[in-house]
Write a protein that binds this ligand. Structure first.
Ligand SMILES: [Zn+2]
Length: 247
């Protein structure tokens, strides 16, 4: 049997339900942030009240987020625009929001949150910065894996969009530059380009020695190179672009 009451917590109305349970439970329901507390049948009201008040900030934060989501307008891209992220095709979903622009990956979509009325340029700019960030975030783990194997150390590594190269390096300066479009490709492609550039620290040219090194480090590098060069860097690009090469 359940008994329903109402409770007021610092201007927040809550529904109190008495049930044969052992512990207090507090819920905030979407879409409007309705609050419900389930309490054991004989628990004194002041204990329930104190508990609920201790959760007030949490309740308000949940309610605030729900209100923010309610204001968001989801727009499936009319052209069914898709983007490849780490080799996986994701449908672009644009969500208009008043909060700061952000990008998120769900199992099937690339969600781009933007202020209403944002231009196509702004959208492209946010996505570009996000792709760049994806590559940057992947690098520390790859470097700590490969530097000891190859026996070299990178002094500076840059990630930027390049039209003609997947990667380039300056072995004498210990510098590497990687193409941010690598975030569109399967992760092994970034790894391959990085290993290629690191191998140049040992052998600057693409001679037999270099290829022997690559065979040792990444035995299937030829297959990865083939996959990498099969498609242009951006799957959604309508314009014809030269496929970048490995520097
Ligand atoms: Zn090279």
């Amino acid at each position: 049997m359940e008994h329903h009451h109402s409770l007021t917590l610092a201007e927040i109305g809550a529904e109190l339900i008495r049930k044969p349970i052992k512990h207090l439970h507090l819920y905030v329901y979407p879409p409007d942030g309705r609050v419900r507390i389930s309490a054991p049948l004989r628990m004194p009201l002041h204990i329930i009240h104190t508990f609920a008040l201790s959760k007030l900030n949490w309740i308000r934060e949940r309610q605030r987020r729900m209100q923010e989501q309610a204001r968001e307008t989801r727009r499936e891209s009319l052209e069914h625009e898709s983007h490849d992220v780490w080799g996986k095709r994701l449908l672009l979903s644009i969500i208009e929001t008043r909060s700061a622009p952000s990008v998120a990956v769900t199992p099937s979509a690339l969600e781009l949150r933007l202020r209403p009325g944002s231009s196509a340029e702004k959208r492209a700019q946010i996505l570009k910065a996000w792709m760049q960030e994806q590559v940057r975030m992947a690098l520390p783990a790859l470097l700590s894996k490969w530097e000891p194997v190859i026996g070299v150390q990178v002094k500076r590594i840059a990630v930027r969009r390049m039209k003609t190269r997947w990667g380039s390096c300056s072995p004498s300066a210990g510098r590497i530059c990687l193409n941010s479009d690598l975030a569109h490709k399967p992760p092994i492609c970034l790894e391959y380009v990085l290993v290629h550039e690191l191998a140049h620290f040992l052998e600057p040219s693409h001679n037999a020695r270099f290829q022997n090194l690559m065979d040792r480090f990444l035995p299937n590098w030829r297959q990865i190179r083939h996959d990498l060069n099969r498609l242009p860097p951006q799957s959604t690009a309508n314009s014809v672009r030269e496929t970048p090469q490995i520097g």
